[in-house]
Write a protein that binds this ligand. Structure first.
Ligand SMILES: [Zn+2]
Length: 101
């Protein structure tokens, strides 16, 4: 589905943005994305997190929370760089698609 492909790009930017602010974990990110109107299943979110990690944009660290191991993800320097580049493109996109509508 084409719209899924578009949204996945937005979702990745959301993830990078939040992971650049503070370490995030899956369930928290699912909640945050649904607040933005993206209903993303764990079957989509986790592979996306893993892909971003494999590509070097996120790094994970495990923490024990309430006796369970929880994986936190944080943006790497490379991830922050991609986010910065995305920011410029988003600004340009907003100018054209939203403001010049
Ligand atoms: Zn958000």
């Amino acid at each position: 589905m084409l719209d899924r492909e578009f949204f996945l790009g937005f979702i990745k930017i959301h993830i990078l943005y939040h992971a650049s602010k503070e370490p995030i974990f899956g369930a928290e990110m699912t909640k945050e994305l649904s607040r933005h109107g993206y209903n993303i299943s764990p079957g989509t979110l986790y592979p996306t997190l893993h892909r971003l990690e494999k590509e070097g944009y996120l790094k994970n660290s495990s923490r024990v929370v309430d006796g369970r191991v929880r994986k936190y993800y944080q943006a790497t320097a490379e991830g922050k760089q991609v986010l910065e580049q995305s920011r410029k493109r988003i600004r340009e996109l907003v100018t054209e698609v939203i403001e010049e509508e």
